[in-house]
Every structure is written in C-alpha cells, then in structure tokens.
Design a protein around this ligand. Sequence first.
Ligand SMILES: *Cc1c(COP(=O)(O)O)cnc(C)c1O
Length: 240
Amino acid sequence: MTTAGRGPQSDAADSLGATARLEDLRAAIAARARDCARDPASVTLIAVAKTFSAEEVWPTIARGEQTVFGENRVQEAKSKWPDLRARAAAIGKQIELHLIGPLQSNKAREAVELFDAIETVDRDKIAGALAEAMAKAGKRPRLFVEINTGGEAQKAGVAPQEADAFLARCRDVHGLTIEGLMCVPPVGEQASPHFALLKLIARRNGIAHLSMGMSGDWPLAVQLGATHVRIGSAIYGSRA
Ligand SMILES: *Cc1c(COP(=O)(O)O)cnc(C)c1O
C-alpha cells in the first residue's frame, strides 16, 4: 500500500493508496457479513469522498469495483460529481451518489438533481421541499430519514420519540416513500445501543434499510443489521 502524500498526481497514480484499502475493506465487510450469517450482498459500502478531490477519488472508481459514494455537502458534490459521473459512464460504470450531510430546503432542487439517495431527511420543511423538487425534476432519489438516536442538541436528525409520527407524515402528508433510516451515534459513546435503536424504529415502521456504521464502528453495525455502511477515512485517509 502506498503512503505517498497528496501532491499533484496524474489521475492514475492513486496518490492516497485508497484503491488497495478499498479492496481490503470490501473483502473485510463481506467476511464480516458471512460471520454474522448475513448475505454479503445485503451490505452496501458507501465510500465517503468528502474533502477529497475528484482526482483523488477517481482511481477508486476507475480501478476497482466501487460505484457507491457519499458526500456530505451539496456544493462540494456539485463541483466534483457531474464530471466524475461522466468519466465513470465513459468506462461503463454507473455511479450511485448518496447525500449523507445536512440539507437546507433551498438546496432541495440541486440535491434531487445531483444525488441518487438522500439520507438526511429530518424535518417537514425538507420533506416538503424534496417532494416538490422531485415532482418538478421527474426524478425520485431514494430517501432515508436521519434519526438523532443520541438526542444530541447540536446534531441533525429526528428525535427517536418523534420518529414514528414523522415517518407517517412523510408518507401521508408529503407523499414520500422512505426506504431507510440513518444515524450517526454520539462521539465517544458505545455505538451498539444507537444501532439497535435505529433497527427497532425501522422494524416497527416497516422500513428495510439501515445506514449505520463508519470507519470506527462498521463491524458492529454489520452485526446489528446495517444495509449501508458509510466509510471515509479508512479508505481515503484522515481528512485535513
Ligand atoms: C464523514 C462521514 C462519514 C464517514 O466517516 P469516517 O469516520 O471517515 O468513516 C460517515 N457518515 C457521515 C454522516 C459523515 O459525515
């Protein structure tokens, strides 16, 4: 594995050594799924590319099997992914891009255009704006509701005790199909109760997908039922 720095490189150089780490990680996730008596195909790795440039991300598209990526900012995604998507399509690869960071309602239109999945639906204003943007664009990204499982004041997401009512409003008021739930457990806490809570809320609301688990806790998330793990630094290295 190369440990070269982040200087200017040609797009084939894989300056981060990310391709090798990514392939190791894909194998480790599949092995973990099998150890937990799960079908490896039931766990999707979302490679979180935030803060890394298009040139740094490109080798992980061009060289390997990875097609699912995550970004946490609409503006950053807009500056990177139309071009990366086109380059991927030119070599026969179809990208699936997930928004995993907070969304402002005035960016709903752009988000619908840019992303294949939006994981951070967490209030009526966003749900309404997305419904309107989706109708206008004639495009329906897959939607996940973010749950603030730790009840942290500064964190996005629906409070766990409000989740059932919000999910019902997404369906009945906004006409949205919610396919999954997403959470980011509080830093420095055991993640397992948060993952278990997310699964409980999903199960009682008939929701199939669980986006949970990051670089530090994905094995636990796979054990507890994650269908999507969102991993950045374990692939691309630590962020500046
Ligand atoms: C950055 C980010 C990740 C990836 O975190 P790593 O610890 O780098 O794997 C996952 N989920 C969300 C919501 C993020 O913002």
